[in-house]
Design a protein around this ligand. Structure first.
Ligand code: FA5
Length: 344
């Protein structure tokens, strides 16, 4: 039997011989398997032979064998540069596949619409205020001139937390909170959530959003209210929008009005329209001159100051602006609906 150094000499020759004949990466892979293959590679088998040697012989032979292994590995990596292995064979990934698209989310269409409203009023010199969604009976009703048991409270029924606390039915209580702290001139808008005991239908929700407006100064008249609201509605819907002021009643304004815009769903042409009930008009806001009693409740002199206020339904107005025939779509969380608004 040949000694280990002799065998190594023979295999070195074989390796060099085969290496000189390599034509492509397939030959290269075969050569690698022949020498380094885990079960039957020549080097693996030679290493197994070490087991039968004495400790001294093992040490000397082991070192020669390791040198030979390093030689083989170095030659193979040199050859690999000449015939590189394709990446796909080395990795489990198909790098040519398109990547997965990440959906980052976006503001809700009602948030976008609220920002649009805020922008128009800010451009007219208004500032933005906020107030609590859980309100006291005093701010939601009494200070706004709804005494206990007043029948006007019926149209603003809500969820009561206890005798004194309730979910606010409109953004008007924030008028009181602001007027208690700030003295005129006041020029603010107040956006926020409101709640009502209401059955939902295509234009009504039990929870929706309003934006309140309040201006208080000397010499303020109904003409200022009308001019500002006309400017605002045209900025939102375009110059051609048809709107009308209609007399109305609110305990905290006198005189009071409601503003309707033409029905975007049917333009007055469908007597069965589910949005306007066939009238051709849809109410978007209530407004009026601040009642002198409200000024007295916050210690502002009604002989010296006057003011106007309005409360607009954001969801209702957004549905008309985007020509959506159903207000509840905003709350169904259907991404096919919501994604349409991302770039508006
Ligand atoms: C009020 O809430 C008064 N606070 C508005 C006001 C403010 C008047 C300041 C005078 C001075 P009203 O209940 O009409 O008013 O609601 C105002 C607007 O909110 C409506 O025109 C409508 O656009 C919207 N709205 C009312 N109820 C609902 C509802 N259930 N679902 C969706 N939008 C509604």
């Amino acid at each position: 039997m040949n000694s280990l150094p002799e065998k190594i000499k023979k295999y070195r020759q074989l390796f060099n011989d085969l290496a000189s004949k390599i034509k492509d990466k397939k030959d290269l892979e075969e050569l690698r398997q022949a020498f380094l293959g885990r079960k039957k590679g020549y080097l693996t088998l030679l290493f197994e032979e070490l087991k039968h040697l004495s400790p001294e012989e093992k040490k000397a032979a082991g070192s020669i064998l390791n040198n030979f292994k390093e030689e083989v590995q170095a030659s193979l990596s040199k050859l690999e540069q000449k015939y590189p292995m394709p990446r796909a064979e080395k990795t489990l990934f198909d790098l040519t596949l398109p990547g997965r698209k990440t959906y980052w989310g976006a503001p809700h269409p009602l948030t976008l619409f609220q920002r649009k409203i805020e922008k128009i009023f800010i451009s007219m010199g208004f500032s933005v205020e906020e107030g609590p969604e859980i309100e006291t009976d005093y701010y939601n009703f009494e200070a706004l001139n709804f005494p206990p048991y007043h029948p006007a409270r019926d149209s603003w029924d809500t969820l009561y937390i206890n005798d004194k606390l309730l979910l606010r039915t409109h953004t008007s209580p924030v008028q009181i909170r602001v007027m208690e702290k700030k003295k005129p001139p006041i020029r603010i808008i107040i956006p926020g959530k409101v709640f009502r005991r209401e059955t939902s239908d295509p234009t009504h929700l039990p929870m929706f959003h309003q934006v309140e407006g309040l201006v208080v100064d000397q010499g303020i008249t109904f003409a200022h209210l009308k001019g500002t609201l006309e400017y605002f509605i045209k900025a939102l819907f375009g110059e051609k929008i048809k709107l009308r002021f209609r007399p109305s009643f609110f305990p905290f304004t006198e005189p009071s009005a409601e503003v309707d815009i033409e029905c975007i769903a049917c333009h007055g042409k469908n007597s069965q329209c589910r949005v306007c009930g066939g009238t051709g008009w849809k109410e978007i806001l209530g407004a009026g001159l601040v009642d002198p009693q409200v000024f007295k409740n916050v210690n502002i002199d009604p002989e010296k100051y006057s003011g106007w206020a309005f409360g607009l339904g954001i969801d209702r107005t957004a549905m008309l602006a985007y020509e959506i025939p159903e207000i509840r779509y905003f709350y169904e969380n259907d991404l096919r609906f919501l994604r349409q608004f991302i770039r508006r």
